[in-house]
Design a protein around this ligand. Structure first.
Ligand code: ZN
Length: 111
């Protein structure tokens, strides 16, 4: 008799919640086991996500710019330069997004 499920701390408010509760009785979070959808633990995680998104854009742009510069440098004329700039720039962005995503993933594991 008694507790079949252990009490856990609500991910959102820290209140003790039964392990089989559908929602936190204290703050009403429907996911007391996380990820947080309410409450105080949300903002730091959101800040990290926002920063990671900014980093991803910066890295993608940098690689796109490098690709464009490489295309211009290796071409033999203005039309080829434009063509290569677009082609390498696109490749740079396509490579940069997953690369930045990988960096974000590994950084999160290190935290
Ligand atoms: Zn709660």
């Amino acid at each position: 008799m008694g507790q079949f499920k252990k009490l856990i701390d609500c991910y959102d408010c820290g209140h003790s919640v039964s392990g089989n509760a559908a929602a936190c009785p204290s703050c009403g979070s429907r996911q007391p086991f996380g990820p947080p959808i309410l409450g105080r633990k949300r903002s730091p995680i959101q800040n990290v996500e926002a920063r990671n998104d900014r980093n991803m854009i910066v890295i993608a742009r940098a690689l796109g710019g490098l690709g464009a510069a490489y295309g211009i440098a290796t071409s033999s004329g203005p039309w080829m330069a434009a063509l290569f700039a677009i082609a390498y720039g696109t490749v740079g962005i396509l490579l940069g997004v997953p690369f930045a995503g990988f960096l974000n993933l590994t950084r999160r594991l290190w935290q």
